[in-house]
Design a protein around this ligand. Structure first.
Ligand SMILES: Cc1cc2nc3c(=O)[nH]c(=O)nc-3n(C[C@H](O)[C@H](O)[C@H](O)COP(=O)(O)OP(=O)(O)OC[C@H]3O[C@@H](n4cnc5c(N)ncnc54)[C@H](O)[C@@H]3O)c2cc1C
Length: 475
């Protein structure tokens, strides 16, 4: 039976908050660890992975090997390949020669894991956490959400794993447009439930040129009639830019790069995250090619499709009238302003990390912070708690974060290719035992002068020697 943790003298070893891929990977890798008393809480009634964007042709941006477990433990029963075996689809998958699975298939795989791994409690929202000093445990205030109503409960745990993910972001100047919920202005996260209405709307504007914006523009383009597309795609970026997907470029999503990044000074880390937008914010090559192919196909009979793609333009505001929506546009390079009348707007304006503070309550004050007020996270994904923090003297009371550490761990933070590794680091740390032996080296690139070296690899001293201050490099 799954432990409950309701009795503070018999706490859970670990309570996970949120069940997205990050905490699901942790639960899957924790499953074989005998004796670990753990439970995870998720406010939604069941696992769903970004349901509003499971567009039929959309694929993962990472290979299928970036499932919940394989990159930490290829022998795990919760691997994607085992899911295929379970659903009797190994041979079709083998012949399909697909490295990038459809997004809907990843969702189905995760739901299979969520149905099988013990200790997952859906329909449970964690409202707050506080430190119970008497029992030296965290007390979690949880609301159980059912069709019949809500009930409150308290559960106790020695350690926490917070993986609460991101929430849709709408830029301030456009927030008032979302108004009455009539489906005329929506975030991309809600796309599929509004798609039928968008396909028949008079004119549609998609704002934002990340992966979601591109997929939605493509999907609408394919579904709206030839010659009467009536679509605008607007982007603040200078171009509809491709995602960096070269093999060496992808090494930014390795544990080696994460380690290197973590060791950099805060201002350098901040600069890098901003500069590296093309590693994660742009559009994959296949989607851009598909957009072009679809536009081209629509020219075959002569004429041009009624689809307008404008980069470098910011939507600075807008207004609703009874009939239409009016958007204010500013073109940065031309320094010009204009207006666009449209009937529906899809805001593909991204997501923001959910803040930890409302959950942590008083505990938030004990977390050490950087100069911008962001939580300090150590190399093992632990919030760094100040000396006045709970459990410091006894070595108990660890708060692990899964996804709130982009400022300390870099662009790989939300990447699915790192969820298994991060979960393995957390479990090894939590148990004090290397249940999951992890590779010493994961990239050919040696980030920084104190490069990483494969065990037994030849070391080129002249390349890696770091001179002491005032000394020259050895010749
Ligand atoms: C459309 C889309 C496609 C993506 N595709 C890729 C891809 O192909 N490759 C890639 O590497 N990355 C991709 N990402 C980025 C990233 O992998 C995903 O966002 C991923 O879902 C992050 O997982 P997570 O577990 O950190 O957070 P989430 O999936 O956001 O899950 C967090 C969960 O926590 C729950 N929660 C929050 N607060 C509470 C609370 N107080 N109590 C209980 N539950 C709570 C939420 O309900 C949610 O279910 C994509 C992102 C999006 C939006």
């Amino acid at each position: 039976m799954t432990p409950s943790g309701t009795d503070p003298t018999r706490p859970l070893d670990l309570a996970g908050i949120g069940i997205g891929p990050a905490n699901l990977a942790l639960a899957a890798l924790a499953h074989p660890l005998a004796g670990l008393r753990a439970a995870w809480y998720e406010q939604e009634p069941a696992f769903r992975w970004h349901p509003g964007l499971l567009i039929e042709d959309a694929t993962l941006q990472v290979p299928f090997l970036a499932d919940l477990v394989t990159l930490a433990d290829p022998t795990s029963r919760w691997s994607f390949l085992n899911y295929l075996r379970h659903t009797q689809r190994l041979y079709p998958f083998y012949f399909s020669e697909r490295f990038h699975s459809p997004r809907a298939e990843y969702d189905a795989y995760c739901r299979w894991v969520a149905d099988g791994v013990p200790g997952l409690r859906f329909g449970h929202r964690v409202d707050s956490v506080h430190w119970d000093a008497r029992h030296a445990v965290f007390a979690l205030a949880v609301t159980r959400l059912t069709d019949r109503g809500e009930t409150s409960l308290v559960t106790h745990a020695r350690h926490l794993a917070i993986g609460i993910g991101t929430a849709p972001h709408i830029p301030g100047p456009l927030r008032h447009l979302t108004g009455p919920g009539d489906g005329r202005v929506l975030h991309s996260a809600d796309y599929l439930s509004h798609r039928d209405a968008l396909v028949t709307a008079g004119h549609v504007t998609v704002i934002g040129s990340g992966q979601s914006g591109a997929e939605i523009f493509l999907d609408l383009l394919r579904r709206r009639p030839d010659g009467r597309e009536a679509l605008h795609w607007l982007s603040r970026s200078r171009a509809f830019a491709p995602m960096e997907y070269s093999k060496l470029g992808l090494e930014h999503f390795t544990p080696d790069y994460t380690r290197y990044f973590h060791g950099l000074p805060e201002p350098v880390r901040d600069r890098l995250v901003a500069e590296q937008w093309q590693l994660h914010k742009a559009v994959d090559h296949d989607t851009l090619a598909a957009v072009h192919d679809e536009l081209y196909r629509r020219t075959l009979g002569g004429g041009w499709p009624d689809a307008v793609l404008i980069p470098g333009v910011t939507v600075t505001g807008g207004a609703r009238t009874a009939g239409r929506l009016h958007l204010d546009l500013a073109h940065r390079e031309q320094d010009e302003r204009s207006h666009l009348a449209t009937d529906a707007v899809v805001l593909a304006t991204g997501y923001r990390e959910r803040p930890l503070e409302p959950l942590l309550g008083d505990l938030a004050g004990a977390v050490l912070r950087d100069s911008a007020g962001r939580a300090a996270v150590d190399d093992r994904y632990r919030l760094t708690l100040g000396t006045a923090a709970p459990g410091t003297g006894t070595g108990t009371g660890t708060v692990f974060v899964l996804g709130s550490e982009r400022h300390t761990h870099g662009v790989g933070t939300p990447d699915l290719g790192l969820v298994a590794h991060r979960a393995a680091v957390i479990l090894n740390t939590l148990t004090g035992h290397a249940h999951y032996p992890l590779p010493e080296r994961t990239a050919f690139t040696a980030f920084g002068l104190r490069g990483t070296h494969a065990p037994g690899a030849r070391r080129h001293e002249a390349e890696f020697a770091v001179p002491a201050e005032g000394q020259a490099l050895p010749r």
